[in-house]
Design a protein around this ligand. Structure first.
Ligand code: COA
Ligand code: AMP
Length: 631
């Protein structure tokens, strides 16, 4: 007899409409859908066509109506500000309804966009849910991005309103958000009509007369707003993610498919029950934060945790264990880099021994390749299953995982286990042929993708096709390379484009190159991701200076590092660059970034057959050795 996973996976592929139609019964609909899956216009698939619902109603009001108003919805724990706060579902409903009233007072209506630029405070979730309540489309921008990145998103999303906080709090400094917002609006071509600002006591900010509205004052005067029904296919949010250029991709998420899929994953993948506490230690600015700090746990009636701090240093490497023990948390989801940081500080897990972890069930990791050392260390010390799972901003939830609520398979180190129901993952070769088990190819997913995945890119249908759909007709191109083994385990090895993964954050080296190329002394440049023991990868720049530049190299490097930080933001973690006489290229002029990366990471490399001048590689090696890289 097939296990529950095999049954679910096979039905989800043979009859997706029946599989997801059943899952959709778990969601409250204002109007039931006419059709589960509309396949009439590939590759633009639509889920639950004709259905109407409100995502905020499903995430908040529904639980209050069901008599769970006293259940905790949000636990806020902020070691960086020394604050703790608990919010019940009834209180959350009131906060969200009032803030929806504020947004409505500022002119926000169904379909309007609202940019949310907030640190990890409960108000970030309140703002997101208030948008959902009105049928408005939120676009959350991570606080570690600089003004220019924020401006790019403002120009693309064209928000009616921006919601921001006066500051964020990093362990070593208070980050003033408001000047970044003011600068972004100054340089943006689109001007939002209003900004609603949450004044935080760590750093209050100046307000722009006639444009800025104080959060607290506005809420005090607002009338609560009810949930506005939207079509299942209407957008819930846009989340920008790194593309191959400086122009980020606006990943669109719909309302209906998203609610159905996320609710389903809470039991099937995470094996968590309503009323339990679910903690994703990420940031609302990333997709993990959207799906598993905000929507997933709340749709499922769980308590979610808003953690404003770091795994180490706030105040020590025991913070995660303190929180898990204090709030009786069975599930933690974070990036491997957080565990590498803890392991570095506390290799013998001495902090762990201080806390009662007896109720802790499972650790989930995602966001980057989980290295076997990290998994083994976590498993040996926590003594619970450690589940790696693979997903992307585009997919919104896991493509491959060990679905703990369906069937627990043995873990194979280095693999995020099997394709989740809904996903047909294949590795294709250069001629688009299916690779035999164990052989590396481009990882692709057969269309249609399951609900909750990106229906398109914001105002960019053509880019959606080019980026994901055109190269392998009938498949979604993940941009990752890897293989599927004889047992159906997926292995994700590397990106096939210029995206790198720094501390679980997705960054584009192309975007950094665009910044370096703007330095007046730089003739040409390249950025690669080099191995880093803690953050997984770190960006490293190479610059060739224009003839006649007399400035010391160190000065150019310092300026370049500052330019990237100022333009993209501290999150780019761009700290190192080298001035080199020449860059290695193919005869057709393509920079050999892959070879440079292999040299930097001490990997064996073959001299590329197409290299123009092989003598350049030793020059690169020498420059890398000067900063302690390469052999
Ligand atoms: N607002 C402003 N600045 C921010 C920020 C925010 N919300 N988040 C990060 N930054 C800054 C940091 O202060 C740092 O600045 P610095 O160069 O002046 O030190 C810079 O951006 C780089 O941040 P990061 O790469 O995260 O490094 P870190 O040393 O601050 O923290 C980790 C490293 C591993 C502890 C942290 O990244 C982490 O906890 N990651 C795991 C969880 C996670 O984020 N997952 C995401 C996907 S699941
Ligand atoms: P993001 O869109 O920021 O979630 O980043 C998605 C990318 O992170 C994927 O395309 C992978 O390259 C990488 N990634 C995420 N999860 C994993 C994982 N479990 N194993 C390997 N790579 C991963």
């Amino acid at each position: 007899m097939a296990n529950a996973y095999d049954q679910a996976h096979s039905l989800s592929l043979s009859d997706p409409a029946s599989f997801w139609g059943k899952a959709a019964e778990d969601i409250h609909w204002v109007k039931r859908w006419d059709k589960v899956l509309d396949e009439s216009n590939p590759p633009f698939y639509r889920w639950f066509v004709g259905g109407e619902l409100n995502t905020c109603y499903n995430a908040v009001d529904r639980h209050v109506d069901a008599g769970h108003g006293d259940r905790l919805a949000i636990i806020y724990d902020s070691p960086v500000t020394g604050t703790k706060r608990q919010i019940t579902y009834a209180e959350l409903k009131q906060l969200v309804a009032s803030f929806a009233g504020v947004l409505a007072d500022q002119g926000v209506t169904k379909g309007d966009r609202v940019i949310v630029y907030m640190p990890m405070v409960p108000e970030a979730l309140v703002a997101m849910l208030a948008c959902a309540r009105l049928g408005a489309v939120h676009s959350v921008v991570f606080g570690g991005f600089a003004a220019n990145e924020l401006a790019t998103r403002i120009n693309d999303a064209k928000p009616t309103v921006v919601v921001a906080a006066s500051c964020g709090v990093e362990p070593s400094r208070v980050v003033a958000y408001k000047p970044l917002l003011d600068e972004a609006i100054r340089v943006a071509t689109h001007k939002p009509a209003r900004c609603v600002i949450l004044q935080r006591e760590q750093l209050r900010c100046d307000m722009v007369e006639g444009r800025d509205v104080d959060w607290a004052e506005a809420v005090a005067n607002a009338r609560p707003h009810d949930c506005v029904p939207v079509l299942a296919t209407d957008p819930l949010y846009i989340l920008y993610t790194s593309g191959t250029t400086g122009q980020p991709k606006g990943v669109v998420r719909d309302n209906g498919g998203h609610a159905v899929a996320l609710k389903w994953t809470m039991k099937a993948i995470y094996n968590v029950e309503p009323g339990e506490v679910y903690w994703a230690a990420s940031d609302v600015g990333w997709v993990v934060g959207h799906s598993y700090i905000c929507y997933g746990p709340l749709l499922h009636g769980c308590t979610t945790v808003v953690f404003e701090g770091k795994p180490v240093g706030t105040p020590d490497a025991g913070t995660f264990w303190r929180i898990i023990s204090e709030y009786n948390i069975p599930i933690l989801f974070t990036a491997p880099t957080a565990f590498r940081a803890i392991k570095k500080e506390d290799p013998n897990a001495e902090f762990l021994a201080k806390y009662d972890m007896s109720h802790f069930r499972t650790l989930y990791l995602a966001g980057e390749r989980a290295d076997p050392n990290t998994i083994t260390w976590a498993r040996n010390n926590l003594k619970v299953p450690v589940i790696d799972h693979w997903w992307q901003t585009e997919t919104g939830w896991a493509i491959a995982a060990n679905c703990m609520g369906l069937h627990e398979f043995p873990v194979k180190l280095g693999s995020p286990s099997k394709a989740v129901p809904g996903w047909d993952v294949q590795a294709l070769g250069e001629n688009k042929e299916q690779m035999p088990p164990g052989q590396i190819g481009a990882l692709v997913c057969k269309l249609p993708l399951p609900p909750g995945t990106l229906p398109t890119l914001w105002n960019a249908d053509e880019r959606f096709r080019n980026a994901y759909m055109d190269e392998y007709p009938g498949y979604y191109k993940t941009g990752d390379a890897g293989f599927v083994d004889e047992d159906g385990y997926v292995y994700v090895m590397t990106r096939t484009d210029d995206i790198i993964n720094v501390a679980g954050h997705r960054l584009s080296t192309g975007a950094m190159e665009e910044v370096l190329a703007n330095h007046p002394d730089v003739a040409e440049c390249a950025v690669i991701g080099v191995h880093d023991d803690m953050k997984g990868q770190m960006p490293l720049g190479f610059m060739v200076l224009k003839a006649g530049v007399a400035k010391p190299k160190e000065e150019v490097v310092k300026e370049a590092v500052k330019m990237v930080r100022d333009t993209i933001g501290p999150v780019a973690a761009f700290k190192q660059a080298l001035v080199v006489p020449r860059l290695p290229k193919t005869r057709s002029g393509k920079i050999l970034r892959g070879t440079m990366q292999k040299i930097a990471d001490h990997q064996d490399y073959k001299m590329p057959a197409t290299i123009d001048d092989p003598d350049i590689l030793p020059e690169i090696e020498e420059a890398l050795q000067e900063i302690g890289l390469a052999r």
